[in-house]
Design a protein around this ligand. Structure first.
Ligand code: FAD
Length: 463
């Protein structure tokens, strides 16, 4: 890697169509900071892009000078992949426009859009595409790596809802990717991560959702964890596949809807989102409540955009974080024993384990239609996340996450989810793609033979 000198940055500033931020610029520190406060990298220059042509220009400048390149969408990679030291950071956060065609049920958004912005625009028409569960997360990284959320059972992964994309490749071409144009690139960007280029815009198919949906949250205190998890394991297969569920092992938040005696207390929550009116939702919750009365519950209709923002405070910007995840074929007795043994060992009250039960459209999808490599027979993706207000707590809970993950390993299947990785161990990356890895490596060799885009989950170019 070469050293970038001030005159180089000056010449870039003269020709670049976007905003150039180098050390000393008033927005430089904001631009280089990510959601994970434990990440502290200092790029030589940040290229704040406004359009695809700016991405082309930034890439050309970086490659001419042998600079490392990183690409920032929403800035939520736990690993810090989207910011680099001494290189050039392509910052897409200004490319956040959204347009919706309600008649065609399509939405187009820039590569740096957040889910909050996309959901707000599509919900004006009572439509949505499956996104993540925290609204300040980027559409870019979440979609390119897969995308689990409330709508996964109803409408599949985020990446499976992409119908077209505009991609700037490593050699500076602006390509359109869809089933009809550059189909290999289109296949690869849906699940293969940011390996193949900079996605400057996504086009999604939309589904009728809301605008009002049902939320039910049942919470059992920590001492009833095993009973609660066994019940959850038993009832999940009976859940209508179009409902969205999240299992969260966490300390109850200090929210007004949590009774005072349970606020900040550890326990296990089953969250159920209903998209088909209150009746099936109420029936399911009543069944669970009758089988094991929760310590407290919270059941309410809410706007879909409210559901999408409901957990935002559990993961504030700038918090110190680390995570590791497994796919479990089922929430087996062995897995439950590990979970209830490990949960009380965390140090930070904010550290938690979100787990997405999987079924419905996720399981029914044609698994070869996209590059996403997660197992379709998995019943749940279980994530242990250290979320820590201080670096000292992060050190303790990083060790907790690693120990938890090892203990759960005998109960997990071989797969791995690239978006829930804080570290990119080669064997886990290969496990994430399984037999699709070789095809991805061949496509990587076509579109990025020099491995310019290597900072995220990296697929090495074949040959
Ligand atoms: P960034 O750090 O900007 O990017 C992540 C990676 O994608 C980097 O390698 C980056 O270079 C690349 N990238 C981003 N945008 C582009 C683009 N337009 N073109 C090319 N490459 C790009 N995952 C889920 O599946 N479901 C969830 O509910 C969920 N919730 C989360 C909540 C929080 C608080 C956090 C921190 C993460 C969550 N995740 C979830 C994981 C999330 O999917 C990943 O962290 C994802 O990488 C974030 O994308 P980003 O664009 O915000 O991050």
């Amino acid at each position: 890697m070469t050293q970038l000198l001030e005159p180089d940055i000056g010449s870039f500033r003269e020709t670049f169509g976007g905003v150039v931020m180098s050390p000393g610029h008033r927005d430089y520190d904001t631009a280089r900071s990510l959601w994970n406060g434990a990440i502290d990298h200092r790029p030589a220059v940040v290229a704040g892009c406004l359009r695809a042509a700016d991405v082309v220009e930034a890439l050309r400048f970086a490659r001419d000078r042998g600079l490392e390149v990183s690409v920032r969408g929403g800035g939520h990679s736990f690993s810090g992949a989207s910011v680099c030291d001494a290189g050039l950071m392509i910052d897409l956060s200004r490319m956040n426009g959204v347009s919706v065609d309600p008649a065609a049920r399509r939405a187009r958004c820039g590569g740096g859009t957040t889910w909050a912005a996309l959901d707000a625009a599509t919900q004006e028409h009572g439509l949505a595409t499956p996104g993540g569960t925290i609204s300040h997360t980027g559409v870019g990284g979440l979609t390119l790596g897969g995308g689990f959320g409330w709508l996964t059972g109803k409408a599949g992964l985020s990446c499976e809802n992409v119908v077209a994309a505009e991609v700037v490749t490593a050699d500076g071409r602006i390509l359109h990717a869809s089933a009809a144009e550059n189909p290999d690139l289109f296949w690869a960007i849906r699940g293969g991560g940011g390996n193949f280029g900079v996605v400057t815009s996504f086009e999604f198919q939309l589904h009728e959702v809301g605008p009002v949906v049902e939320l039910g949250l049942l919470f059992w205190a920590q001492d009833r964890g095993a009973e609660a998890l066994r019940l959850i394991a038993q009832v999940l297969p009976t859940l209508p596949p179009t409902m969205g569920t999240l299992l969260a092992c966490l300390n109850a938040p200090p929210a007004p809807w949590v009774p005072a005696e349970h606020q900040l207390q550890p326990g296990y929550a089953l969250l159920v989102a209903g998209f088909d009116g209150p009746d099936p939702h109420t029936a399911f919750l009543n069944e669970v409540r009758a089988a094991l009365p929760p310590s407290f519950d919270f059941v309410t209709p809410m706007p879909y955009t409210g559901l999408q923002q409901m957990l935002d405070d559990t993961a504030p910007w700038g918090i110190n974080a680390y995570e590791k995840a497994h796919y479990l074929d089922e929430l087996s007795d062995g897995a439950i024993d590990v979970i209830v043994e490990q949960m009380p060992r965390k140090s930070s009250p904010m550290s938690f384990c979100p787990a997405f039960p999987l079924g419905g459209a996720y399981r029914d999808a044609d698994e070869n239609a996209s590059a996403f490599g997660g197992s379709r027979s998995a019943g749940i993706v279980f994530n242990a996340a250290a979320v820590c207000p201080t670096p000292e707590l992060l050190e303790a809970d990083r060790a907790w996450v690693r120990g938890f993950w090892e203990a759960l390993r005998p109960h997990a299947n071989a797969g791995s989810y690239i978006n829930f990785m804080a570290e990119y161990d080669e064997d886990r990356v290969r496990a994430a793609f399984g037999p699709k890895y070789d095809r991805l490596a061949a496509i990587k060799a076509t579109y990025d033979p020099d491995n310019v885009f290597h900072r995220g989950v990296n697929i090495k170019p074949a040959g």
